[in-house]
Design a protein around this ligand. Structure first.
Ligand SMILES: Nc1ncnc2c1ncn2[C@@H]1O[C@H](COP(=O)(O)OP(=O)(O)OP(=O)(O)O)[C@@H](O)[C@H]1O
Length: 234
């Protein structure tokens, strides 16, 4: 479970000696249960990405805590966060964020290299995950040689490679056409059902919100609405 308690975040903006404090998230409380697909919606500027950055340790909150599986992760330093992310969290981005100078294989392999997994074990695992996302035969292609949908599949493979229990996705369908988007959403549902992966998805897209068990709406830094919590089927 991810438990967010009393989470607030302020940004300091403006020139030196003329700084002002802008309150972006205000005392957020929410829980995300294992095996849920949760969508986070809200107008531009409502604080969705800030919330995701705080839950995944890319930013430290001004106050409040985030607990993941009983551990207060807000206490982590940079290196504890990197280790924790490598073990537990995968990320999928709107713009895929692949490394252009690396092949599909090398992009997906990277998290395992950082983790120190031996080369011989890496190869089999990368081939298996690329095949799983339908990219068998595309291992040596560079991102620029792949379609948007294929690049997103490389992004999914990279998120899956370390077997994370949680995947955070920031507008994952924003760059996909409607057919590729439907394929992507089906795959997310399949991963959720078969492997119990928890998905937390920021989206503007009604189709994404439709596959979610629950929708959390942010407005002006507060949680506005909580959808029904469905019984999570495994
Ligand atoms: N590094 C920063 N410094 C100052 N203000 C910031 C910073 N990052 C975000 N903000 C402000 O915080 C508010 C929330 O931004 P955030 O990116 O979390 O919103 P969002 O809901 O994800 O928006 P979008 O849907 O447009 O991506 C915005 O008003 C933004 O200007």
């Amino acid at each position: 479970m991810i438990k967010v308690s009393g989470l607030s975040h302020d940004f300091i903006v403006g020139k030196k000696n003329k700084e002002t404090r802008v309150s972006v998230l205000k005392n957020i409380d929410l829980s995300i249960y294992e095996g849920e697909i949760v969508s986070i919606i809200g107008k531009s500027g409502s604080g969705k990405s800030t919330l995701l950055n705080l839950m995944s340790g890319f930013m430290k909150p001004s106050s409040g805590t985030v607990e993941i599986a009983g551990t207060d992760v807000t206490k982590f330093n940079e290196s504890e966060w990197s280790d924790f992310r490598l073990e537990n969290i995968g990320f999928i981005f709107q713009s895929f964020q692949l490394i252009p100078s690396m092949s599909a294989f090398s992009n997906v392999e990277l998290p395992l290299k950082i983790k120190g997994v031996p080369k011989k074990d890496r190869k089999a695992r990368v081939l298996e995950v690329l095949a799983r996302v339908g990219l068998k035969g595309y291992e040596e292609y560079y991102p620029s040689e792949l379609s948007g949908g294929q690049q997103q599949r490389v992004g999914i493979a990279r998120a899956l490679i370390t077997n994370p229990g949680i995947i955070f996705a920031d507008e994952p369908t924003g760059s996909l056409d409607s057919e590729t988007e439907q394929e992507f959403l089906q795959f997310i549902q399949e991963l959720n059902k078969k492997e119990g992966i928890t998905f937390i998805i920021i989206t503007h897209d009604k189709d994404v919100a439709r596959i979610a068990h629950r929708t959390i709406e942010l407005a002006e830094g507060s949680v506005m609405e909580r959808g029904e919590l469905y019984e999570v089927q495994r």
